[in-house]
Design a protein around this ligand. Structure first.
Ligand code: 13P
Length: 332
């Protein structure tokens, strides 16, 4: 077996980096030499966020990927984010540090099953959350992210029937906010489903001044006790502007890094999941990415994200529709 088929099997470049290599310096050098842009989602490890050219939520990452002049986009996040970048920038080389960095929500919605679901509900506008495969996007009319979902659902004419997938918690939340009756796919994010409302209530007793802020992928009991609900970018912004100094944060704990950087004097407490004693709730797929893998990915330009051209031309339409309907949310 040659080295490339070994990497293919593993899903990442498995090469020993000599001791003493200045990883951050080496990554910066490779980025410059190759005109590569390193983009990171807010759920990435702190050290990755710190060297990224751009850190953002799913909407901002997609928007930046559609505008960049870089030759290479290295997307440190999960696979669907790399696919979205490739759909939007087909002429660029799009790399991700580890093919094993999937998304439980995207995996909960296989394209063939979703296609049958659409056929069972004819005459519906198909709205899908960005956390989906390119194949599912290709079946959709409009893509949304948690930043623009409320705005976009509200913009759909009242007489249009809506299918929403794949996140049942976000779907139920959107129904309650918009008053729209939607047919919802039964999928979920394993990280956001795990938050324990009992443990959050206990934390609130320990920090009575703290506000509870939550991502809309959380289950209803958590959203019910939240003072503010929003996407990662909206939560970050809220913590900067709210008249409060302590926050219990119910989303993947990677976002706390930017919150702490933006609001130095404030206290951020990660909301705990039900099944752990450590108190943190990390996405193990997001955390597969490391500085070592980023260095090796840039060096070997592998793993590269490839999207079938027939799928890409279909999948770009609902994403472009999303950009059209996002309005000023793209500039924030
Ligand atoms: P954001 O759109 O808030 O970045 O959320 C992305 C995500 O994957 C949440 O699980």
């Amino acid at each position: 077996m040659n080295i490339h088929s070994e990497w293919l099997k593993k899903g990442f470049v498995d090469e020993t980096i000599p001791a003493g290599v200045d990883l951050i310096g080496a990554i910066k050098k490779l980025k410059k030499e190759k005109n590569a842009l390193l983009m990171a989602h807010y759920y990435q490890k702190n050290e990755i966020q710190d060297i990224a050219d751009f850190v953002g939520d799913s909407l901002a990452l997609a928007w930046e990927a559609s505008k960049t002049n870089a030759d290479i986009i290295l997307l440190s996040g999960v696979l669907f984010m790399g696919e979205t970048a490739k759909i939007l920038s087909p002429d660029k080389k799009v790399l991700i540090p580890d093919f094993n960095a999937g998304c439980s929500l995207a995996d909960s919605c296989p394209a063939d099953a979703f296609e049958k679901f659409i056929k069972q509900h004819p005459g519906h506008t198909v709205v899908t959350y960005v956390n989906t495969t390119a194949d599912v996007k290709a079946l959709s009319d409009i893509v949304v992210t948690s930043t623009n979902a409320v705005k976009i659902i509200n913009s759909i004419p009242k007489n249009e029937k809506i299918i929403f997938g794949p996140d049942r918690n976000l779907g139920n939340y959107l129904q309650s906010i918009s008053g729209r009756d939607m047919v919802i796919w039964d999928g979920a994010c394993h990280v956001h489903e795990k938050f324990s409302v009992e443990k959050i209530v206990d934390l609130k007793k320990a920090y009575p001044e703290a506000e509870i802020i939550a991502h809309p992928e959380c289950k209803k009991p958590v959203l019910t006790i939240a003072d503010f609900i929003g996407s990662t970018a909206s939560l970050l912004k809220y913590t900067q502007t709210a008249n409060c100094n302590q926050f219990i944060v119910a989303t993947e704990s990677g976002i706390l890094h930017q919150m702490q950087l933006a609001s130095k004097g404030k206290t951020f407490i990660p909301a705990p999941p039900s099944d752990s004693t450590c108190g943190c709730n990390d996405c193990e797929f997001m955390r597969l990415n490391t500085l070592e893998k980023i260095y090796l990915t840039l060096k070997h330009e592998y793993p590269e994200v490839i999207v079938d051209e027939n799928i890409r031309v279909k999948a770009i339409k609902p994403i472009e529709r999303m950009f059209e309907l996002s309005g000023d949310l793209l500039k924030k």
